[in-house]
Ligand binder design. Structure first.
Ligand SMILES: *Cc1c(COP(=O)(O)O)cnc(C)c1O
Length: 367
């Protein structure tokens, strides 16, 4: 038997379900795509998709084709969209595994057509259009050519037009309405085609710009319990964080005032200090940038990280917490007693967003 790690990521499927129900309601008449790329933002693509599918979710989105195939092989029967293109030699997978491609150029359409003809199937393709993100997708002037090619190429059928917002996490930004207006121009060009599905809204669009929901919304971060703009507190009636991350105290030691802690002695104790050595480091997704600024929960109280975070270890100051002993549970992400550390809190300390914190922790530890 292989021993398990001290560190463990816990996934709260009740919270996932709660978020799904809340967002599903929010999306009103629109279809709902659950974004489960990056192993469901570190929460486990297969497990989360099973829970969501069991609760009525019928469309899933991933980034790469490889993820889509893995998801299909796990037994998910709902629609799966692969969002970011593919290696043309793999085009056959879309037919074999019944996956919906997003295409943004003619060579991809030709590869998809060859694959569709070969397999004798009709492949529904969505086109990715650029409404101001300046990431993947065609601009307005390129759309007609793609539409003509979908018509011309055998085995292809146009399923919809997709775009993506760059600033929908910011309710004040005018960029979302500008993108939406541009998307309407694409829709005008596409209006000659029958029953296309138009989709552009991510979590920000779904939550803050109701007019952007179109035929389908694509929610990622909000499913996992976080608001796209980041929020200080978790609200009772709102989204619920799904992931928590715990470890255990390895050793407790008392050092005199004036002692340097960890590599480089970047922290010098100002008083006799009790340190808890924790088996968590940057290899576990606990960023080295949390050196001298991170906090964890021990015995329901906050303890500051002292000195540099190492690859597999770090030290927390437990001088003001009574009775800490080796083996005590430590919460790195999540709640304990009245305290809670969110991915937004960690993200703010290291100048990133909850998305990255969840991926770093979730994808580097046993769940
Ligand atoms: C990641 C992603 C989403 C989901 O974004 P969230 O902000 O996590 O809701 C939607 N659409 C596309 C194309 C994406 O890449």
């Amino acid at each position: 038997m292989i021993p398990s790690s001290f560190n463990r990521v816990h996934i709260d499927y009740d919270a996932l379900r709660h978020n799904y129900v809340l967002l599903r309601k929010n999306a009103k008449e629109s279809s709902f795509l659950a974004m489960v790329k990056a192993d469901a933002y570190g929460h486990g693509m297969v497990e989360c998709s099973r829970v969501l599918e069991a609760n009525g979710c019928r469309i899933f989105g991933v980034a790469e084709l490889r993820e889509a195939v893995l998801l299909r092989q796990s037994g998910i029967t709902s629609a799966i969209y692969s969002m970011i293109g593919f290696d043309h030699k793999d085009a056959g997978c879309f037919c074999e595994f019944d996956i919906t491609p997003l295409a943004y150029d003619v060579p991809s359409l030709e590869a998809l057509s060859r694959a569709a003809v070969k397999s004798g199937k009709n492949l529904s393709v969505h086109l990715k259009v650029d409404t101001g993100m300046n990431r993947l997708g065609v601009y307005l002037e390129g759309l007609q050519d793609l539409l003509d090619n979908v018509k011309r190429l055998p085995g292809l059928q146009l399923g919809g037009l997709a775009s993506h917002f760059s600033c929908a996490d910011d309710r004040e930004s005018s960029s979302t309405s500008e993108s939406l207006a541009r998307f309407a121009e694409f829709q005008d060009i596409g209006s000659g085609e029958s029953s296309l599905m138009y989709h552009i809204a991510n979590s920000g669009g779904t939550l803050y710009f109701p007019e952007s929901r179109c035929d389908m919304v694509r929610c990622g971060i909000s499913l996992y319990g976080y608001y796209p703009e980041g929020r200080k507190n978790v609200e009772k009636e709102g989204l619920q964080p799904v992931m928590s991350f715990t470890t255990r105290v390895l050793q407790v030691k008392t050092v005199p005032a004036g002692s340097g802690v960890s590599y480089g002695h970047t922290y010098i104790t100002e008083r006799p200090t009790v340190l808890a050595v924790l088996p968590v480091g940057y290899e576990d997704g606990f960023s080295r940038r949390l050196s001298n600024c991170g906090e964890v929960l021990i015995r329901g109280k906050r303890a500051k990280i002292r000195g540099r975070v190492c690859m597999n270890l770090c030290m927390a100051d437990v001088t003001d917490i009574d009775g800490v002993a080796a083996g005590d549970e430590v919460v790195v992400l999540g709640s304990m007693g009245k305290e809670r550390i969110t991915a937004d809190e960690i993200a703010a300390r290291i100048d990133t967003i909850s998305y990255e914190v969840l991926c770093m922790i979730g994808n580097n530890n046993e769940r």
